[in-house]
Structure formats: structure tokens, C-alpha cells
Design a protein around this ligand. Structure first.
Ligand code: ARG
Length: 327
């Protein structure tokens, strides 16, 4: 949105239209430094609408080609992507410490951990559609957050109010493998429980960038289903071109998928990590770049992990959250 005619009091309305029920702050930024795809077709508040009638931006904007101030609005709807209580210290292996991945959620079906998820607001969790597609029963699911050890932590379980999977989810090819879970009551954030930021639209995460994946999934291929402790691994992003090479996935990687890991194998997510986060740090803010989707085996040569590319589903996420806000 062009910053011409923008007023701070539009902040909450704008965030609500993206499905958030909170608004933190807004600032403006020079349009020439935002992603190129976003440098045209601006909207702005229609000044023909009287001030006190601007309650819905959908009906209060008009498209303009130029933005005379040359500045666009940067909107912040939630405080996210910060690890407030975490100070790095060396731990054995890849076991995670409490507060290291405060957005990591365990999704449990009838009390058993099945998948991971990422907290993005006090009530919304991003996960994979394949985790919930065949088990589409919100009342049988609970979630746990703010814990490392699944077995002997007396962490509370929260009930799930709604499950929304992508209507174009393709079970065979795992296309559009994304879903949202809505909690029955909002979580309270603390050092152990924090949301992860969604990326900006069109935000680019370069190949080779080191990012992190975490979960309670198997620590060895075929070695049972879940690990009692939360593990993490650092993995580089791989371009879709390389990932689609005939020796790698040979053309099955769609643009809305993203690969991460090592072609030489050795480090990967695995069964039980699905739906969980692939996060990258950008200027000290952590962002959700992928949701664990699939792989052939785990950590095998030329078979890196495949993740759902979050930037491809930002509109979908906002639309679902907005729809639920209105009902
Ligand atoms: N589909 C798996 C699950 O349900 C996740 C597999 C990830 N595999 C991999 N090699 N990265 O937990």
C-alpha cells in the first residue's frame, strides 16, 4: 500500500484484513528498495471516503499506478521470530534446548505425536496437509508447545477447534501440502512459546543459505517414529533447478516446493518431522520458509528434504485467517 493518505489508525483494520487480530506498528519505506514485483499497482486509502467510514480497507482502496510519496507501508501485525529467553550454549548432539525453537509445536492425534507445526499467531499453527488429510477430526487432535521432552514434561495440551487443509492438496504428488490448525483458546506467549514470522511476499531466500529444521521425528531412517526429545539440524537451501535434476528428484519438485539439505546426505528431517518448521534468520528475525513435506528415505544421497514453500501460500494463509476472523 502506498503511504499517501495512510494513517496509523488504519493499522488494525489492515491487519484484520490479513487475518490477524492484533496490530503492532507501521512504518513507511522507500518503494525502490522493496521487492521489484511489489513496485507497481499500489492501493491507497480513498480520500473520497470520509474518515469515520474507513472501517474496511477492502472497500476503501483504489488502485493507482504511481505512489507520489514514493513510499510504501510496512505493517507489523504480531511480534514474532524472536527467541527472547534463549542464549546459545553448546549442547550435546543436536538436541534442542528450551526456548531455542519457541514456535515449534507437537501435533498429537489421540495423544500420540504425529507431526510438527509452527505457531504463527496465538491461535494459528501452520502444518502439512498430509498430516491431517486422512485424520480430519479436530476433536481427536491436541497440541503441545513450549517443551523439548515429549515424554516426561507435564506441559499442558491444548485442543484444536478447526483444521483447514489446502483445497488443492494432491495426496499423490504432495502438491499444496499445507494446512492450518486453529486452537480453541489463544495461547499466552512467554520465553518458551513465541510465534515465528511469516516471510514477506516475494521475499527471496537464496540457494545455499543455511536454515534450520526441527522436530520430534525419527533420528534414523526406519528407526521408529518419533524421538522423545526435540532435535534440530542446520541445512542449506537448494535451488529447484538442482533439486529437479534427473539424479535428484527428476522433475517432481513443483515451484511451490523447496528443497533443503545435502546432496551427499547425512543431515535431514525425517518421519514425524512433517508439518514442522524450516526457518531462516534474516537480520536477527526468524522467518518460516518451509513446512516439512516429504523426502525419499531420510538423509540419503541425492534425496534432500522437500518442504512446502511458504511464500507461495501467503495469500492462502491470510485468506483462511481472515475468513475465520469474520465468523
Ligand atoms: N513425510 C514425513 C512425515 O510425515 C516427513 C518426511 C521428511 N523427509 C525427509 N527426508 N526430509 O513426517
Amino acid at each position: 500500500m502506498c503511504s499517501d493518505d495512510w494513517k496509523g489508525q488504519y493499522g488494525l483494520i489492515a491487519c484484520e484484513q490479513l487475518g490477524f487480530s492484533s496490530y503492532i506498528s507501521s512504518r513507511s519505506m522507500r518503494v525502490d528498495i522493496v521487492e521489484e514485483e511489489l513496485q507497481e499497482e499500489f492501493v491507497s486509502i480513498n480520500h473520497l471516503i470520509p474518515e469515520n467510514k474507513v472501517t474496511s480497507l477492502h472497500h476503501a482502496v483504489y488502485v493507482r499506478e504511481k505512489c507520489s510519496s514514493g513510499r510504501v507501508i510496512i505493517l507489523k501485525c504480531v511480534t514474532c521470530g524472536v527467541r527472547i529467553g534463549y542464549s546459545p550454549r553448546i549442547v550435546g548432539g543436536n538436541m534442542s534446548s528450551l526456548m531455542q525453537w519457541p514456535w515449534q509445536v507437537s501435533l498429537q492425534f489421540q495423544g500420540y505425536h504425529l507431526c510438527g507445526g509452527s505457531l504463527i499467531t496465538p491461535i494459528w499453527i501452520v502444518t502439512a496437509a498430509h498430516c491431517v488429510y486422512d485424520l480430519y477430526m479436530p476433536s481427536s487432535w491436541t497440541i503441545q508447545v513450549g517443551l523439548v521432552n515429549l515424554i516426561d514434561t507435564p506441559a499442558p495440551s491444548y485442543s484444536v477447534d478447526k483444521i483447514i487443509y489446502h483445497s488443492k492438496y494432491k495426496p499423490k504428488r504432495l502438491g499444496n501440502d499445507i494446512a492450518l490448525m486453529k486452537l480453541a483458546i489463544p495461547l499466552t506467549f512467554d520465553d518458551m512459546i513465541q510465534p515465528i514470522c511469516l516471510p514477506n511476499s516475494e521475499e527471496d531466500f537464496p540457494d545455499g543459505k543455511m536454515c534450520w529444521t526441527s522436530g520430534w521425528g525419527a533420528t534414523e531412517e526406519g528407526a521408529g517414529d518419533a524421538s522423545p526429545v526435540l532435535n534440530h539440524a542446520s541445512v542449506p537451501l537448494i535451488s529447484n533447478k538442482v533439486c529437479n535434476h534427473k539424479d535428484v528428484y527428476g522433475g517432481i519438485i513443483a515451484p511451490s516446493m523447496l528443497c533443503a539439505g545435502y546432496l551427499k546426505g547425512g543431515v535431514d528431517s525425517c518421519q514425524g518431522d512433517s508439518g514442522g518448521p524450516l526457518v531462516c534468520e534474516e537480520m536477527r528475525i526468524w522467518k518460516l520458509v518451509g513446512a516439512t513435506s516429504f523426502g525419499i528415505g531420510c538423509a540419503d544421497v541425492n534425496k534432500p528434504g522437500v518442504y512446502t514453500r511458504i511464500t507461495s501460500f501467503l495469500d492462502w494463509i491470510h485468506e483462511q485467517m481472515e475468513r475465520e476472523l469474520k465468523t
